[in-house]
Design a protein around this ligand. Sequence first.
Ligand code: HEM
Length: 209
Amino acid sequence: MFDALSSVPWTWLAIRATGITAWGLLTAVVIWGILLKTRLLGKLATPQGLLVMHRWLSALALGFLALHMGLLMIDPVVRFSPTQILIPFTAPWQPLAVGLGALAFWMLIPVSVVGRLRTRLGKAGNTWFRRTHLIAYAAWPVATAHYVLAGTDALAAWSIALLIAATSLIVFALLARGFVPPPSRRATAPVRSAVPQPPALVEAGNSAH
Ligand code: HEM
């Protein structure tokens, strides 16, 4: 087995490892975002804690994604040019499957840009932040389709188990988001809103999508 592995370029193994890691982190980002919005965990997690985790996971996901894309450019087997990496559906290998990955990447960019400009954009900043969050969340099924179609191991038993577990968690979280109103709309809201909140808490509440 080790002989077989030693004949595989390290870049290819690293592309797959960074791809799986980026996808796992993206899954966690979506789940943390929904936990922040719904406060499903109640007193088990503070909004600030959830927000910090949501931001860290997003930054890590983008970091691993950058590695995933960078490694594709130095892989000796199929060499991708920067334009083939960045322009969806132009890849020299499996253009549809790879293109879905590029599309998912672009769907994650607006939320990062708007997130940085948000305070400078005033009221419009909040509207754009919400809209770009929806696009970022929609990147998850696109990235998952990319994983299933492009991944060498996508149909291995462990990978199918991972896909089922992640999809179940996301579906559960989405159902909770639909059925569990955010704290501001729950019956206890008037009581809570009577207590002045520290600015960090207000910020965490506003960022919850
Ligand atoms: C949110 C964005 C992305 C995520 C979450 C992601 C995730 C993944 C995952 C999980 C795999 C399967 C690894 C395996 O088991 O083999 C994979 C494979 C692959 N990805 Fe991505 N990817 C993303 C973006 C991209 C982009 C932008 C490109 C290039 C344009 C790309 C190109 C590839 C290629 C060529 C493979 C096949 C590697 C192999 O030979 O197995 N991905 N990706």
